[in-house]
Ligand binder design. Structure first.
Ligand code: AHR
Length: 327
C-alpha cells in the first residue's frame, strides 16, 4: 500500500516538473524574432577601441529586439574575413564591419552582397570600386582631424626657424593612419620650415610606440613636435621621453599633438603635459542603431555619416568636463 502511494506521488511530481519545464521553455524569447547583427571589431588595441566596443555592446545587447554577435579580429584582416564568412553561413540579418585596413575587401564584400545580407562599415573605411557593397559608412572625418592639428601647429610655430616633427603612425593602411598622415604631409608641403625628421610605426598601441620611441631617442633628440596618431601611442612616447630626460608639454622641449582625446589624454592636457588633443569620438553605437532602424523601415540613409568632433587645449578644459568624459 505504502509503495503504491509513493509511486503515485512520484508520478505527480514528474508531471508537475515537466509542466514547469514547458512553461519555462515557452517564456524564453525565441531567437527567430530577433534581428541578428554580426559585428567584426578591429581588436582591443587602444582605449578608443575599448570605448567603441562598449558603446556597441551596450547599445545592442541591452535591447531584446537584437541579437548581437561580436568577433574580435585582434588587428588581423584575415580574422575579419573568417568572421564575415561565418556570419554569412549563420545567415545573420546584417553585418557590421570596423575594417582594420582599407584595401582587400572587394571579394568578401561581394560574397556578402551575393548572400543578400546588408553591410554597414563603421569607424574606418574600405577601398572598393563598388560602393553598393555597403549601405553606409559611419565614423570620423580623419582627414579633417589631421587638418585641425595642422592648423593649430601653424599658429603655434609662426615665425619659428625650423620645426622638427616626429611622426608616430598607427596601423599602416587603416583610414585613421592614411588620412592623419595625409593631413600632416600636405601641411608640411606648404611649410618650408616644417621637417618630418622621422616616421615611426607604433601600430596604435602603447607598447609598440614605447619600444620604437625608446630606440629612436637613443640617437635622436632634436625634436620640436610629436605628431602621434593616437593617445595610446602618445602615452608610450611620453614614457620614452621621461626615460630619455626630454621635456614636453607647456614650457618643455617637445609640443605634443595627439588624436582621440580620451579622458586620460585630456587630463594630461589640462595638466600641461599634452598640448593638443584632437577628438575622435568612438561613442556612435546609438547612431548606428538609428541608421539600422531607418534602413529597416525602408527609408533612405546617407552613404557617409561623420560623427561630431572637436579639439582641446588646456584652455578648453576643466576638471568637471574631464570627470564627465565617457571614455
Ligand atoms: O580608427 C580609430 C582609431 O583606431 C583611433 O584613433 C585609435 O585609437 C584606434 O585604435
Amino acid at each position: 500500500m505504502m509503495r503504491r502511494f509513493c509511486s503515485v506521488l512520484l508520478c505527480i511530481a514528474m508531471i508537475l516538473s515537466l509542466a514547469g519545464c514547458r512553461k519555462e521553455a515557452e517564456a524564453e524569447p525565441t531567437d527567430d524574432s530577433r534581428f541578428v547583427i554580426g559585428f567584426s571589431q578591429v581588436g582591443s588595441e587602444s582605449d578608443w577601441r575599448i570605448a567603441n566596443t562598449k558603446s556597441m555592446t551596450e547599445t545592442f545587447s541591452n535591447d531584446p529586439r537584437y541579437k548581437f554577435v561580436m568577433e574580435n579580429a585582434r588587428q588581423k584582416q584575415e580574422n575579419q574575413f573568417a568572421s564575415v564568412r561565418r556570419f554569412i553561413l549563420d545567415g545573420v540579418d546584417l553585418i557590421l564591419i570596423a575594417p582594420t585596413i582599407e584595401e582587400g575587401w572587394q571579394t568578401v564584400l561581394q560574397e556578402v552582397h551575393d548572400a543578400g545580407i546588408p553591410v554597414i562599415i563603421m569607424d574606418r573605411s574600405v577601398a572598393v570600386w563598388d560602393d553598393n557593397l555597403f549601405l553606409t559608412n559611419i565614423g570620423s572625418d580623419f582627414l579633417g582631424q589631421g587638418k585641425k592639428a595642422a592648423d593649430w601647429l601653424n599658429k603655434e610655430t609662426k615665425g619659428d626657424d625650423q620645426v622638427n616633427i616626429l611622426h608616430l603612425q598607427g596601423t599602416i593602411g587603416a583610414t585613421a593612419q592614411i588620412m592623419r598622415t595625409k593631413a600632416l604631409e600636405d601641411a608640411v608641403a606648404e611649410h618650408d620650415n616644417w621637417v618630418v625628421t622621422e616616421q615611426l610605426y607604433g601600430d596604435f598601441t602603447e607598447a609598440k610606440a614605447y619600444e620604437v620611441m625608446t630606440e629612436f631617442l637613443r640617437t635622436n633628440t632634436d625634436i620640436d613636435v610629436l605628431y602621434s596618431e593616437n593617445d595610446n601611442m602618445t602615452f608610450g612616447a611620453m614614457r620614452a621621453f621621461d626615460e630619455a630626460g626630454i621635456t614636453y608639454g607647456k614650457g618643455g622641449q617637445v609640443k605634443i599633438i595627439t588624436f582621440d582625446a580620451t579622458k586620460e589624454a585630456l587630463q594630461y592636457c589640462m595638466d600641461g603635459k599634452i598640448d593638443l588633443c584632437v577628438e575622435c569620438n568612438p561613442l556612435f553605437g546609438p547612431q548606428i542603431k538609428d541608421l539600422i532602424a531607418q534602413y529597416r523601415k525602408g527609408e533612405e540613409i546617407p552613404k557617409h555619416v561623420y560623427v561630431d568632433e572637436k579639439v582641446f587645449t588646456s584652455a578648453d578644459l576643466d576638471q568637471a568636463l574631464i570627470d564627465a568624459r565617457e571614455y
